[in-house]
Design a protein around this ligand. Structure first.
Ligand code: SF4
Length: 883
C-alpha cells in the first residue's frame, strides 16, 4: 500500500530504513539521510535510455540558432532571450507542441514551432531540455518500466503535475509521501494532486492530532486563522537595509557567543540579490562565517570580468585604458611597476606599441577565423599564460568559477560548427560567462543563507527571516510578455494547463506557510522602513499573522569597528585598542577640516617659515600664491607632481609651449615688419617641425599620437600665418630686439625673474609682448572680493624690463592673443595694490601660512592638479563664511 500523509504532525515515526527523497541538501541534513532528489531519480531513468539533460551551453546555442533560423528579426539574440520563459512554461506543462502549431494566434504558433524544433534538435544529439525532464522520464518509465522502489518523499510540499505523475510511477509498495493539504485555497493544487493519487491507489492517512503542536505548527495554524501567534516570534523594524542586516547579524553573533552552534541558525531571504552583498560585507566585519548559495553569473565576478575585458581589448586592438586594466588586474598581474610607469608615459594604443614596452603579447593575436577546438585551445593557453588559475586560488568563488570554465571549454569544443569567425567565438564566450553561475560564498560550515523555497521541509532552532517586506515576500507577480496570463487562460480551452496569476499567488502563500514550519525555538522577522530613499512597507503576511512590528532590542556592538565608532568620544572604554588614539586624532582633524574654524596645519597653515629673501619668484609663482596659497605650497614648496602620463589629446599648456618655441625659431633673424612679411607658409611649417622635434627631444612628446593631430597641426599652421600678417603682432615702426630671454629684477622687496617672450623697440620706448594661446586675459590674483582679476604679470615685467634697460624712456607691456591676432584688454594694477600683495607674500612665507583658499568661483581650480590633495569641496564656503 502506498500512503499520503496529508496533515504532517509529529513526524518522528517516519520510517528511516527506506530511501528518502528530499528536494535539497539542508532538508536531507535535517532528516539525517543521504541527499537524493526526485530530479536525480528522473535523470537516472532517462540515462537508462541513453538520454541526458543538455549542458547549458548546448541548450543556449541550439535555442539561439533555432530562433535565428525561424523568426525574422533584426535582433535574433534579443528575441531568443525574451522567449525563454515562455519556452520553459510550455516544456514544463508537457503540452503537445504539434497541437499548438495550428493555434489561431501567430505568437503562439511561432513559439510552439521554435520550441518544437529546439526539442527535436536536442533530441537528435541525445539531449533533452531541463524542463522536459519529468515528462520524458514518465514516457520512458511508461514504455519500459523499471522496478518501482519503496520511497519516503519528504519536502515536496508543492508538487507540479509532472512530478506527481512521475512519483506515482516510481514509488512502489510501502512508499510514503508527506503532502500537506487542507480546505483553504492555498491547498487547491495539492488537493488536485491528492485526488489523482487516490485514483491511482494511494491511501490518504491522517496523523494522530494531539495538541502538542510545535512552534512551526502553531505559526502555520495562526497563518490559517486557526490559532494565536505564539511567543518567541518577533518582527523588528529598522530604519534601512544596512541597519536591518547589522541588527540581525548582531543577534546571530550573540547566539553564537551564548554557545549556539552555527548549524542551528539559518538566515532566510526571498531577495538574495539585494541582501547578499550587504550580508557578506557586514558578516565579514562581524567575523561571522556565512555561506551564501545564491548564484551569480561569472560575468559579475573577477574571472568573468577579466575574460570580458580580454575580448574587449582584442576586439578594439589594445586601446590604452582597457589593456592597462587587463594587464594590471589582480588575476593577471602582468605589468611590473616600471612597465606601468612607462606605459603611462608612452600611452601605447595598439598591440605593437604595447609590445614595444617589452611585453610578450603574441598569444593575444587572435586570427579572424578558426575551428572551434582551436579557438578553445587558444583561450585556454591565454589563461595559462597569465597564470589565471593560480591567481584565482586566493578566492574560493573564483576558483570554483575557474573549474566550471574548464568543463565549459570541454563542452564548447565538442559543439558542432566547422569554422567560426572571431566575433562568433567571442559571442560564445560572453554567453558562457553570462550563463554559468557560481555560489556567492561557497565553502563548508558557517551560518547558511537560503530562500524560503530551498528550505521547505527543513527545520532549524533559530530562524531569521530578512526582508519581510511588501514586494519581497510575497514577490511581485510578473507577467510573461509572450505567453501572458490572458493567453494562458485561452489555452486552457484546449486542455493546456499553464500557471495563472492566482496559481502563482497561491504557490507563494503555500511556500510562506511551509516556511513557518521550519523554526523550532525562535523565529525573528525583520524589515526596513526605507531603501534608497523609497519608503517600504511590511509584508502583508504580517497582518495575516497578526504580528506587530517593534523596534529591535538594544543590540550589542558586534565588531571592533562599531565599538570604535560608538566610543569615539570615550576612548578610555577602548584602552586595549592600539589604534584607537590614531583614529580619534584623525577624526578630530577631519571634524576641524569640515568645520568653520580657521585652517590649521592639516589645511596648509604649517607654521614653518621660509626665507623669502633667498627665493627668486617668477610671475607665475606669485600669481599662484595670490590665487590659492595652497596651490603654491604644493607646487613650489612640496614639489608635488602628478605622475607623468601621456595625454590622448594635446593639452593647452603643451600647445602654448609649441607655439612659443615655433615663434622663437621663426623670428630668430627677423627684426622688422618688412622682414616678417617675407616669411611664407613653408617657413612656418619648417619652424613648427623644428619646434616639435625640440619638444620631442626635451619632453619625450610624440605629437603624432595625439588624436587628430594632423588636423590640429594644420589649424595651428594657419593660425600662425594669420599672426604674421596681423598689425598688432609687429608694429610697422617697431624692431624686435629680444626673443625668449630672462631678466632678473627686484620687485617690492622680492627677487624676481621675468621670462619675456619678446621685446620690440618702438619710437616711444620698449614694447614687451607676452604671447597667449587663450582668447581672453588670464586669471590673475584675487582682489578684495575674492575674484581672480588682478594681473601682476604685466606690472612685474614692466618693472623688470625698466630696471634692465634703465636708459629707455618708457616700457609698455601687452598681452597678445595668438588665437585672436590682437592685444588682449588688461587693466594696469595700481602700485599700492601690488605693494600690499608683495607684503602679503612675505608674511605668508615668514609664517608658513598657505591655506586652501581659491578664488570665489574656484576658477583657478580648473587648471590645478591638486584638487585631490587639498580637499577643496563645499567645506571651503564654511571657512569663508566663518571668516
Ligand atoms: S584645486 Fe583649487 S583649492 Fe585646491 S589647491 Fe588647487 S587652486 Fe587651491
Amino acid at each position: 500500500m502506498r500512503s499520503l500523509i496529508v496533515n504532517p504532525h509529529n513526524l518522528n515515526h517516519l520510517p528511516s530504513q527506506i530511501t528518502t527523497i528530499t528536494p535539497t541538501q539542508p532538508v536531507a541534513r535535517c532528516l539525517k539521510v543521504p541527499y537524493k532528489s526526485l530530479d536525480k531519480l528522473a535523470i537516472k531513468t532517462i540515462n537508462n535510455h541513453e538520454i541526458t539533460i543538455a549542458p547549458v551551453l548546448t541548450m543556449d546555442r541550439t535555442w539561439r540558432r533555432i530562433v535565428a533560423e525561424n523568426i525574422n528579426s533584426n535582433d535574433p539574440d534579443g528575441i531568443a532571450k525574451m522567449l525563454i520563459p515562455s519556452r520553459q512554461k510550455l516544456l514544463k506543462s508537457g503540452v503537445d507542441l504539434n497541437l499548438l502549431t495550428h493555434h489561431n494566434s501567430r505568437r503562439i504558433r511561432d513559439l510552439a514551432q521554435v520550441t518544437n524544433r529546439y526539442k527535436q534538435k536536442l533530441q537528435k544529439q541525445g539531449y533533452i531540455d531541463q524542463d522536459q525532464l519529468f515528462w520524458e522520464a514518465i514516457n520512458y518509465q511508461t514504455q519500459a518500466p523499471t522496478p518501482a522502489q519503496t520511497l519516503l518523499i519528504y519536502g515536496y510540499f508543492q508538487p507540479q503535475l509532472d512530478q506527481v505523475k512521475f512519483i506515482n510511477l516510481v514509488a512502489g509498495e510501502g512508499s510514503i509521501w508527506v503532502l500537506p493539504t487542507g480546505t483553504e485555497e492555498i491547498f487547491a493544487k495539492n488537493r488536485e494532486a491528492i485526488a489523482y493519487l487516490e485514483s491511482k491507489g494511494w491511501q490518504v492517512n491522517y496523523q494522530e492530532n494531539d495538541d502538542n503542536f510545535s512552534l512551526g505548527e502553531k505559526l502555520q495554524n495562526c497563518f490559517l486563522g486557526k490559532g494565536e501567534l505564539p511567543h518567541k516570534v518577533q518582527c523588528h523594524i529598522y530604519p534601512n537595509l544596512e541597519a536591518e542586516i547589522r541588527g540581525v547579524l548582531s543577534q546571530v553573533k550573540q547566539l553564537i557567543i551564548d554557545g549556539v552552534s552555527a548549524s542551528k541558525i539559518v538566515l532566510v531571504t526571498q531577495d538574495e540579490k539585494t541582501y547578499a552583498p550587504l550580508l557578506l560585507d557586514i558578516a565579514w566585519e562581524y567575523q561571522l562565517p556565512l555561506r551564501l548559495f545564491y548564484k551569480i553569473p561569472l560575468r559579475n565576478i573577477r574571472l568573468g570580468y577579466w575574460i570580458a575585458l580580454l575580448i574587449e581589448v582584442i576586439e578594439n586592438n589594445f586601446p590604452f585604458e582597457s589593456t592597462a586594466k587587463l594587464l594590471h588586474h589582480p588575476l593577471a598581474r602582468y605589468l611590473t611597476y616600471k612597465q606601468w610607469l612607462e606605459a603611462r608615459q608612452k600611452r601605447p594604443n595598439n598591440l605593437a606599441e604595447w609590445e614595444e614596452l617589452g611585453l610578450n603579447l603574441s598569444l593575444l593575436k587572435f586570427p579572424q577565423s578558426d575551428t572551434l577546438p582551436n579557438w578553445v585551445d587558444r583561450i585556454k593557453q591565454v589563461l595559462k599564460f597569465f597564470d589565471i588559475r593560480k591567481n584565482s586560488s586566493q578566492w574560493s568563488r573564483e576558483i570554483v568559477a575557474f573549474n566550471q570554465l574548464e568543463t565549459a571549454w570541454l563542452e564548447l569544443s565538442k559543439l558542432d560548427g566547422d569554422r567560426l569567425n572571431r566575433q562568433e567565438f567571442f559571442q560564445d564566450i560572453l554567453e558562457i560567462i553570462t550563463k554559468l553561475k557560481v555560489p556567492m560564498q561557497p565553502g563548508k560550515g558557517g551560518i547558511e543563507v537560503h530562500t524560503p523555497l530551498s528550505l521547505q521541509g527543513a527545520s532549524y532552532p533559530h530562524v531569521f527571516l530578512i526582508g519581510f517586506q511588501e514586494g519581497i515576500l510575497p514577490a511581485a507577480i510578473e507577467n510573461d510578455p509572450v505567453l501572458d496570463f490572458y493567453e494562458s487562460r485561452r489555452l486552457s480551452q484546449f486542455n493546456i494547463t499553464l500557471e495563472t496569476a492566482i496559481d502563482i499567488a497561491q504557490r507563494n502563500e503555500l511556500c510562506f506557510y511551509e516556511l513557518l514550519r521550519i523554526p523550532t525555538k525562535s523565529l525573528t522577522f525583520s524589515c526596513a522602513e526605507q531603501h534608497h530613499k523609497k519608503p517600504l512597507l511590511p509584508s502583508p503576511y504580517s497582518t495575516r499573522l497578526g504580528i506587530e512590528t517593534t523596534p529591535p532590542p538594544l543590540l550589542n556592538l558586534a565588531s571592533i569597528e562599531e565599538a570604535r565608532r560608538y566610543y569615539l568620544q570615550q576612548p578610555y572604554q577602548l584602552s586595549n585598542d592600539v589604534i584607537v588614539n590614531d583614529i580619534i586624532k584623525n577624526w578630530q582633524v577631519e571634524q576641524r577640516r569640515e568645520s568653520g574654524e580657521s585652517p590649521d596645519e592639516y589645511d596648509g597653515v604649517i607654521g614653518i617659515g621660509v626665507d623669502y629673501q633667498n627665493r627668486i619668484f617668477s610671475a607665475s609663482q606669485l600669481t599662484a600664491l595670490g590665487q590659492c596659497p595652497f596651490k603654491w605650497f604644493a607646487t613650489y614648496l612640496l614639489c608635488l607632481k602628478e605622475p607623468s602620463e601621456a595625454e590622448a589629446e594635446i593639452t593647452g599648456s603643451l600647445r602654448g609651449r609649441l607655439y612659443h618655441r615655433c615663434l622663437e625659431i621663426l623670428l630668430k633673424d627677423i627684426k622688422t615688419q618688412t622682414d616678417l612679411r617675407r616669411l611664407d607658409i613653408q617657413d612656418i611649417n619648417q619652424a613648427l617641425s623644428q619646434a616639435e622635434a625640440a619638444l620631442q627631444a626635451e619632453e619625450n612628446v610624440n605629437f603624432d599620437k595625439f588624436i587628430g593631430w594632423e588636423a590640429r597641426r594644420l589649424e595651428g599652421l594657419n593660425m600662425l600665418e594669420l599672426n604674421l600678417q596681423a598689425e598688432d603682432f609687429l608694429l610697422a615702426n617697431a624692431e624686435i630686439i629680444s626673443r625668449e630671454n630672462y631678466f632678473d629684477a627686484e620687485w617690492y622687496g622680492l627677487k624676481v625673474i621675468a621670462r619675456v617672450d619678446r621685446i620690440d623697440r618702438t619710437p616711444t620706448g620698449l614694447l614687451v609682448l607676452d604671447y597667449k594661446t587663450t582668447s581672453s586675459s588670464p586669471l590673475g590674483i584675487k582682489d578684495d572680493s575674492g575674484k581672480a582679476k588682478i594681473n601682476i604679470q604685466m606690472p612685474l615685467y614692466q618693472q623688470a624690463i625698466a630696471q634692465n634697460f634703465n636708459e629707455v624712456p618708457e616700457v609698455d607691456v601687452k598681452l597678445y592673443s595668438l588665437n585672436k591676432q590682437r592685444y588682449l584688454k588688461a587693466k594696469l594694477t595700481e602700485p599700492a595694490i601690488l605693494e600690499a600683495f608683495a607684503e602679503e607674500v612675505k608674511q605668508r612665507l615668514q609664517q608658513g601660512n598657505y591655506p586652501v583658499a581659491p578664488d570665489q568661483k574656484q576658477q583657478v581650480c580648473q587648471y590645478c592638479e591638486f584638487d585631490s590633495v587639498c580637499r577643496k569641496g563645499n567645506r571651503l564656503s564654511r571657512k569663508t563664511s566663518s571668516k
